[in-house]
Design a protein around this ligand. Structure first.
Ligand SMILES: *[C@@H]1O[C@H](CO)[C@@H](O)[C@H](O)[C@H]1NC(C)=O
Ligand SMILES: *[C@@H]1O[C@H](CO)[C@@H](O)[C@H](O)[C@H]1NC(C)=O
Length: 387
């Protein structure tokens, strides 16, 4: 599938090239006659018979769409508009946000439609997810959002009834995640420090998930074609800082990172903070250190991955709504959160998985930074009501 990434790259480059070509109406609808182009894109071209071949499609049929028109200069001849000022003047075409609007900061132009298309591709590429025979979950009690704070154990049995560890945990990306999960002290306010071996486990996780899977390579190919990263090495280095760089949540101690918060979970202010990974949940439940109480959200998917919003007690500390994607591979979790953080930092990110929408909320960590003022991941999780 390396070939797929290369083909995607070439097609993208070709399309970008075509955008500037002299015989197209891309970005030129309604403009005056310009002899430096081989054809024209305004009402007169119809009379003089020198319209570009895509004039009909882009400027006439598409006159109420931003297809092929993102960033086009304002022209009163057009019915609606597709540049950054149109929101202010309230005259954008209805598909402007989907096709053109880049809400992310510092990430070039990544549109909502592109994020959805990529997440569908990653969904299909998640060959390491659990199958229905490898994982059985039993969600039991469903509580309304208004009762997630009641701290009552309404589910007598385990959430994770069965997992085929022999098959799944033998896979390199699962093994790499397991190696990392026990490197952290869950209490905030206490310094994290890592042995050389533990630091190497961070690199192994990045290599296994992002370089050694089709899914990871697909994410990189996308970000590369969007100009976010100039090389795979730059991509991996940035992920390493973004996810594993330490910062202080409490007591001025270097006690936290995006990875610890999101995948391993932490304790802050007498409560569970973060904790959005199903494998960590499974491991702690199996060791009888975590007691599943109920769930307040169950996603619309009927196979893995699915999404749950869970209430649970972790060694004496309560989590009111801990949402997680259930049954996906470690690389899938990591790729979706990374994509959303890179493309829509601090915002809701709209993904599409098997035709159903998943919202991921990310937060930037604002109190310290790395590199050229870049922000660490503060949090990322499936956005369900009331978390
Ligand atoms: C973040 O920085 C602000 C201002 O310096 C400080 O008041 C706040 O306590 C810091 N928050 C954390 C979690 O360290
Ligand atoms: C961090 O900064 C961003 C952008 O400046 C802001 O939107 C966000 O609310 C801040 N987050 C927190 C937790 O203060």
């Amino acid at each position: 599938m390396k070939l797929v990434a290369v083909v995607v790259l070439l097609v993208t480059l070709l399309q970008q090239g075509r955008g500037n070509s002299l015989d197209s109406c891309q970005g030129r609808c309604g403009y005056g006659t310009d002899s430096s182009f081989t054809c024209q894109c305004n009402q007169y071209c119809e009379r003089y018979n020198d319209c570009c071949s895509d004039y009909e499609a882009i400027c006439k049929a598409g006159s109420t769409s931003c297809k092929g028109r993102c960033g086009e200069k304002y022209n009163s001849q057009n019915k609606c508009h597709c540049n950054s000022k149109c929101s202010q003047y309230n005259n954008c075409c209805s598909d402007y946000a989907d096709l053109c609007d880049s809400k992310g900061s510092g990430s070039g132009m990544i549109t909502d439609a592109e994020i959805k298309a990529l997440s569908e591709t990653l969904y299909v590429l998640d060959s390491n997810k659990a199958s229905a025979s490898e994982l059985i979950v039993e969600p039991q009690a469903l509580v309304p959002d208004s009762e997630t704070g009641s701290q009552s154990d309404l589910s007598p049995r385990l959430l994770f009834r069965y997992l085929n560890e022999n098959v799944l945990f033998a896979r390199p990306t699962y093994a790499a995640l397991l190696a990392l999960l026990d490197n952290y002290n869950r209490m905030t306010g206490q310094t994290e420090d890592f042995s050389p071996q533990q630091l190497a486990e961070q690199d192994t996780f990045l290599t296994e998930t992002m370089s050694n899977t089709e899914l990871g390579r697909e994410l990189f190919a996308f970000l590369y074609t969007k100009g976010v990263y100039p090389s795979e090495n730059a991509f991996l280095q940035d992920l390493k800082m973004m996810w594993f760089g330490l910062y202080s949540r409490n007591n001025n101690k270097m006690d936290s990172s995006g990875f610890e918060h999101i995948f391993a979970g932490e304790i802050k202010g007498g409560k569970v903070s973060g904790f959005h990974n199903w494998i960590q949940f499974y491991l702690l439940e199996k060791r009888e250190r975590l007691n599943y109480y109920s769930h307040s959200f169950d996603g619309p998917w009927t196979s893995y991955p699915d999404v749950l919003g869970m209430q649970f007690m972790w060694d004496g500390y309560y989590k009111q709504v801990g949402s997680a994607i259930i049954g996906c591979s470690p690389e899938f979790d990591f790729a979706l959160y990374s994509l959303c953080y890179i493309a829509r930092p601090g915002k809701q990110c709209r993904l599409s998985l098997g035709g159903k929408e998943l919202l991921i909320q990310t937060y930037t960590w604002n109190n310290s930074s790395y590199g050229d003022g870049k922000k660490f991941i503060g949090s990322a999780f499936p956005s369900t009501p009331r978390n």
